[in-house]
Design a protein around this ligand. Sequence first.
Ligand SMILES: *Cc1c(COP(=O)(O)O)cnc(C)c1O
Length: 393
Amino acid sequence: MIASILPTYSRAPLTFVSGEGSWLTEQDGRRFLDLGAGIAVNALGHANPALVEALTTQAQAVWHLSNLYNIPAQQKLADALVDATFADTVFFTNSGTEACELAVKMARKYWYDKGQPDRGEIITFTGSFHGRSAAGIAAAGSEKMTKGFGPLLPGFTHLEFGDMAALAAAVTDQTAAVLIEPVQGEGGIRPVPDADLKAMRDLCDTHGALLIFDEVQCGMGRTGKLFAHEWAGVTPDIMMVAKGIGGGFPLGAVLATENAASGMTAGTHGSTYGGNPLACAVGAKVMEIIADDAFLAEVNRKAGLLRQKLEGLVAAHPDVFEAVRGAGLMLGLKCKAVNTDIVAAGYAQGVLTVPAADNVIRLLPPLTITDADIAAAVDKIDAAAAQLQGANA
Ligand SMILES: *Cc1c(COP(=O)(O)O)cnc(C)c1O
C-alpha cells in the first residue's frame, strides 16, 4: 500500500520538534547541530527572535492579500533588493523553481519583443540544479531528474560544467540566455572560477545574450557577499533567489535589469501567493540583517574558521575525506568514503550534514552559527569519521 505521503523522499529516521539557533531537538530529546539549515534555508538559524517577531506582527495585521492590491511589505523588500543589487525590478515567487520558470519566460519574452521570436535557446551546464518544475528539470537536463517525464520543455542546450571552450563555441547570435549557478549546490559545491564568470559576461555581451545567475542556494550572504557573483565583479541580467531569503518562510524572487525585464508587462505573469505579506515581512527582516557589512564580515570570519578546521579534518582522516571546497559558509567535503555513510555516522554523533553529487557532503550552517558551535560541529564530524574508519579497519 502506498504511504499516505507520496513516497518521493528518502528520509532519515529523525523527527525534530523544535529548534534554536544552530540546534535542532529530536522528539526523543537528543540535540543535533544543524549544518544543513534546511538546505541553506534557515540562514539566520532556528526560531530567530527578530524573524519570529516580524512574522507574528504581520500575522496579527493581515495574512494574505491578492496582488490585485498594493502590499507594503512586498514593496519594502523589493526596494531593499533593488538598492543592494544590480537589479532594477523584482518579482516574488514562493520557491526557487518558480523563480526558474519566470527567468526562462522573461528571457524568451525579451527576444520575442525584440522581434526575434525564435531566439529561445538557453544554455545550461551539467551538474546544475534549478528545481523540479518542467522548466527546472529541462534546464538541468540530468537523466536522474528528467527520465520518464518527457516530452521535456525544449530549447535547452547542456554543456559540460567548466568547459569554457564549448561555451565560447555555443553562444551565438541565436542564444537567448546562459543560465548558471555561480556555485553549484546540488552538483557538489562546485564554484565557478571568477575568470569564467567574467568570460561568460563578455561572451553574452558580444552576442547580446542574457546572463542568468541562479543564486537560490549560493545567494543571501551564503558565500560572504550578499550575492556570490559579487566576488567576480560581474552582474547578471536576471537572477533567481529563494532558500535563504525567507529564512525558513517560503519565498523566492527573480531580480532583473529594466532592459531584461522589458517584455514582462501587465498580465504576462502572476502568482496567487507570490509576494504575500507574511513571506515579505520575514524577507524584509532577513534582508535588513544580512545586507549589512558587519554581518557579512562576520560570515567571512566564521567561514575562515570553519574552513581551517575542515582542512585539519581532511589531514586527520585521509581515508575518509579528500578535500574541502566551496566559498564562505557554503562548504563541501569531497569524500573518499561513501558520502551518505558519513552523513549517517554524523547522525549518530548529533550533527546534520547534507549529501550532494560528486560524493560530497555539504556544510551549509546558519550564517549566525557561533564559534563554539563551529568547534562542536567539527568535533562531531571528526568523531563520525573516526567511527567510519574504525568500521572499515
Ligand atoms: C533548491 C534550488 C532550486 C529550487 O528551489 P525550490 O525552492 O526547491 O524550488 C533551484 N536552484 C538552486 C540552485 C537550488 O539550490
